[in-house]
Design a protein around this ligand. Structure first.
Ligand code: KIV
Ligand code: ZN
Length: 517
């Protein structure tokens, strides 16, 4: 058996299904490029039949990455597979990923199909996919709750039809590690043509076992793991890429398998995701959380100072965590800024470089030291959010302890593509300065979403640090997260609220008819 495990990243598809993790096209392309730099083998770019927006994003990603495979998810339907293929056919290494449920509960209640009908449908879908693209993956949705014998039959049929990868998902996070490993071993023993395909696993984290189940499956012979950065995904999420990779790496003597991930790119990749989706990495998140390498107790600190291996099973450097570099000052030239952007993994064109250069210089004039985090926040704001519908133009806020209630005035740009279509202004009183600002925004856009979460973090240390504000808003049953970064916390608050509104707007525009099957 091969000792190479393929890492299939589904942050852009299953991960994006995580509440509040919607990304726009530019953000998706930027993350896809980072995943390429990270060294994953396959990225699942999206579900092209789900919406026009998804289709365009998958197409753009397919055109942007060259060294890795790009997969499109499709139901086991000819129209989905055709649409998926249309989106990825120009990729350097395309893969069609088609899926159909195989558990009794899904077949009886969701599909309303018999076992025989499911077998025929799965085989037909794979044959059609193979007629378009030689690289086809089939997933047996809810495999972990399927009858093992029937599942083996499905695997045999789809491999015979030409599937090169057979994925065994624990769709509802129900499996236990020893049992899931046994299932993989059973399939490898009982599917007669198992040797003609790579067996893959895709685990959800409902019982907190997604990584453990994936590792158990690898130990039993699975050779592809489907994962997401920071474990984001439906409900409790998917198996976390960085945890799985570091477990394989740190306990290599146990698993005896390798993957192509460059572990030093793990932290930059998770940080990029966190910036894009506007959600901070949780403090206790293994490998990449702020506390993951922080030693608080005196005994631990003493031990680590004497020899880091006393309390560290891996080094922060091995996952790409280095001290924050001070990089740019007000005398830095365009070459230094360009070099820094390349080091941070951004490939910008000349026009984008010009915009970022201007913004970095402006910040360096106000702030003594500009850190990597500052530069990243500016790139996201100035490049990847440029085509958003709403943008902050000007604002002023009055607050204090006097008798006049806090109030704000604001001007916003309403964009059509990159063109300014209109300027709108509003003024409002509020309970506090943030409330006054958010009321102005509500007046301008014509509705008032609920504010469900509001959080401020300093991007770096120092009293002149930029602040990142994260908000979660809701409207008409839809929820959205937004993030804004600025030296002024009130400006950052307005930017975060506007960012969340832009994401809501995008959801509304695409108004995806949730596909059913
Ligand atoms: O969880 C799941 O079963 C999936 C499949 C579509 C692979 O996401
Ligand atoms: Zn899934």
């Amino acid at each position: 058996m091969s000792d190479r495990v393929y890492i299939f990243d589904t942050t852009l598809r299953d991960g994006e299904q995580s509440p509040g993790a919607t990304m726009n096209l530019e953000e998706k392309v930027s993350l896809a490029r980072q995943l390429e730099a990270l060294g994953v083998d396959i990225i699942e770019a999206g579900f092209p039949a789900a919406s026009q927006g998804d289709f365009e994003a998958v197409q753009a990603i397919a055109a942007s990455v060259k060294d890795i495979q790009v997969a499109a998810l499709c139901r086991a339907l000819t129209k989905d597979i055709d649409r998926g293929w249309e989106a990825i056919k120009n990729a350097a290494h395309p893969r069609i990923h088609t899926f159909l449920a195989t558990s009794e509960i899904h077949m009886a209640h969701k599909l309303r199909k018999t076992r025989e009908e499911v077998l025929v449908m799965a085989e037909a879908a794979v044959k059609h996919a193979v007629s378009l693209c030689p690289n086809v993956e089939f997933s047996a949705e809810d495999a972990s709750r399927s009858d093992w014998e029937f599942l083996a039959k499905v695997c045999e049929r789809v491999i015979r039809a030409g599937a090169k990868t057979v994925n065994i998902p624990d769709t509802v996070g129900y499996a236990q590690p020893f049992e899931f490993g046994e299932l993989i071993a059973y399939l490898l023993r009982n599917v007669p043509n198992a040797g003609d395909a790579v067996f893959s696993v895709h685990c959800h984290n409902d019982l907190g076992l997604a990584v453990a189940n994936s590792l158990s499956a690898i130990r039993a012979g699975a050779r592809q793991a489907e994962v997401t950065l920071c474990g984001i995904g439906e409900r409790a999420g998917n198996a976390s890429l960085e945890e799985l990779v570091m477990a394989l790496h740190t306990r290599h003597e146990l698993y005896k398998v390798d993957c192509g991930v460059k572990t030093q790119q793990l932290y930059p990749s998770c940080r990029r995701l966190s910036q894009i989706i506007g959600q901070p990495i949780p403090p206790y998140k293994a490998i990449v959380g702020p506390n993951a390498f922080a030693h608080e107790s005196g005994i631990h600190q003493d031990g680590v100072l004497k020899n880091p291996l006393t309390y560290e099973i891996m080094t922060p450097e091995s996952v790409g965590r280095k001290g924050t570099d001070m990089v740019i000052g007000k005398h830095s030239g365009s070459h230094a800024i360009k070099a820094k952007l390349i080091e941070l993994g951004y490939q910008l064109n000349e026009q984008q470089l010009g915009v970022v250069f201007g913004a970095v210089k402006e910040l360096a004039d106000k702030k003594e030291r500009v850190f990597d985090e500052d530069v990243e926040a500016l790139v996201l704001e100035m490049v990847y959010r440029r085509r958003d519908k709403y943008r902050l133009k000007d604002m002023s806020v009055f607050s204090g302890t006097g008798g006049v209630p806090p109030h704000a005035a604001m001007v916003m740009e309403i964009l059509d593509g990159e063109e300014v279509a209109d300027f709108k202004r509003a003024t409002s009183f509020g309970e506090g300065p943030v409330d006054a600002l958010f009321r102005c925004i509500g007046k301008i856009v014509g509705y008032n979403p609920s504010l469900d979460r509001f959080q401020i973090n300093a991007v770096t240390g120092g009293t002149d640090a930029q602040a990142t504000v994260t908000v979660r808003i809701g409207h008409n049953g839809k929820m959205s997260v937004g993030r804004g970064t600025n030296e002024d916390i009130l400006v950052a608050s307005a930017m975060a609220f506007i960012n969340a509104l832009n994401r809501l707007e995008k959801m509304r525009e695409e108004n995806e008819e949730c596909p059913t099957l």
